[in-house]
Design a protein around this ligand. Structure first.
Ligand SMILES: [Zn+2]
Length: 460
């Protein structure tokens, strides 16, 4: 064990990590150090990424290598990879991501000169930071320590060749599947590649493999372990409760009120936005679909007028305090919004979004997550509200619903989500953690601060 501590000390020094690891992070790292496949189910904000980002240095000593090793990270979304590559490069770590068709490799330009200045990083700077190189030639020499790629990319012929090359066989010290709950959630197209990810354990039989996620029920966990072909797997599990998030449910108008049902919800938000303007708590609002998102965004811009911008004299899209985020939106604006949300105090205060936004997004300032209607599963709900309150400050998750939203004929809606919405008297927090196999919560504050159900019973 002394070796683990010594090698961890080396990694901490090389990575300039200035805080101490949690017990969960240490348990996961130690298990990987002992060459055991590991699955970590840890709440959003508990530093899951740091577990695998440390490995090239942690395992360097153990493998008697003359330079840091390589970690391959399989990640489901571009926005997530961009976010992590930028933040790694800012810390001086050599990282990149491969495009889904394996045609390009993107890293940060001027890695050495780029300091940690995310607080005041304009869009132009952001564009400058991300540099797309000529092709995958640039990673063949094993220069990058953290390489992000899509599940599909693993099975592109050229990448297969690369992974089998002597450089990669000798230097890859761990493969990681980030946001592994997506295995169960993605549609059939994606699933094919996800289902084949177990092949990674054959491709790299001598190194440990890691899968991380914020949410998995006990049965989903067993399915994942089998699918990924993890052997002798260590499970590092934490209670998923997020005590600083207040949970609230509210009924909205029935669906026959096509747009009025949004008007009512938006009028509350608008009143607050007009009042607080640039001090409005940073909020993510999940919309039903692209049409409603477009409608709500137009409504916001129209109602706010010049107050939709900061400063008010501006007309630049980048100066809007309200934003939209969906898969059809321009790549440039998506990158802009993500870089905004990564700031401690962003200019963007309200983002209307579809699910395209932000798994694993490191956005400490998000204070409120609103769902215009419930997502289809409690796993998704837990993931999405998990983005609130990551800085530890009081936060809120508000979920609107009507009877159609929880009707039996709503496509994909599972019984657990329906039961959560139909729960009108018992603690919502206890209900949520119960779904993930826990029978106690971490919250210890006043009942009225727990959830909207507890608030009502505490007032009686
Ligand atoms: Zn409660």
């Amino acid at each position: 064990m002394a070796d683990f501590e010594k090698d961890l000390e080396y990694a901490v020094k090389e990575l300039k990590i200035e805080f101490s690891f949690s017990d969960y992070q240490l348990r996961a790292m130690k298990s990987l150090y002992e060459n055991k496949d590991t699955i970590a189910v840890l709440p959003t904000g508990s530093g899951k990424s740091l577990i695998f980002q440390t490995l090239p240095w942690l395992l360097q000593g153990k493998m008697a290598a003359d330079r840091p090793m390589i970690v391959l990270v399989i990640s489901p979304l571009n926005s997530l990879m961009q976010d992590q590559v930028i933040s790694l490069c800012e810390r001086g770590i050599s990282a990149c991501y491969i495009s889904i068709d394996a045609s390009t490799v993107t890293t940060c330009a001027e890695v050495e000169e780029t300091k940690y200045e995310s607080e005041e990083c304009s869009d132009e700077e952001m564009d400058k930071k991300l540099k797309t190189s000529a092709g995958i030639e640039s990673i063949k020499n094993g220069h990058f320590n953290i390489i992000y790629l899509h599940p599909e990319t693993v099975f592109v012929k050229e990448i297969g060749k690369l992974l089998r090359s002597s450089v990669f066989r000798g230097r890859v010290c761990c493969t990681v599947i980030d946001e592994v709950h997506m295995v169960a959630e993605w549609g059939s197209d994606f699933r094919q590649s996800f289902n084949r990810l177990g092949e990674l354990t054959c491709l790299f039989p001598r190194v440990p493999h890691l899968a991380v996620t914020a949410t998995a029920t006990p049965s989903a966990l067993e399915e994942l372990i089998a699918l990924l072909q993890f052997k002798n797997c260590t499970k590092v599990l934490a209670n998923p409760d997020r005590p600083n998030i207040y949970l609230e449910k509210k009924e909205r108008l029935p669906n026959i009120h096509k747009f009025e049902k949004y008007d009512l919800i938006m009028s509350e938000v608008l009143a607050q936005l007009k009042d607080k303007y640039i001090d409005f708590p940073v909020t993510i609002m999940h919309c039903d679909n692209l049409e409603s998102l477009g409608y709500c965004f137009q409504l916001l811009c129209h109602e706010l007028g010049t107050r939709a911008y900061f400063p008010e004299s501006s007309t630049l899209p980048e100066d809007r305090i309200v934003a939209q985020f969906h898969k059809d939106y321009t790549e440039r604006m998506k990158i802009h919004i993500i870089s905004e949300l990564r700031k401690q105090n962003p200019k963007v205060r309200l983002v209307l979004a579809t699910v395209a936004l932000g798994m694993g997004l490191n956005a400490p300032s998000i204070a409120t997550v609103i769902h215009m209607r419930p997502p289809t599963t409690l796993e998704k709900y837990m993931q999405e509200i998990g983005r609130a309150g990551r800085n530890g400050k009081p936060a809120k998750a508000l979920c609107y619903f009507n009877t159609s939203d929880i009707a039996k004929n709503r496509k994909g809606l599972d019984n657990a989500m329906r039961a959560y919405i139909q729960n009108t008297d018992k603690c919502l927090r206890l209900h949520l953690v119960g779904h993930f196999g826990y029978n106690s919560v971490l919250f210890s504050g006043e009942k009225a601060m727990c959830c909207s159900n507890c608030k009502v019973t505490s007032a009686d």
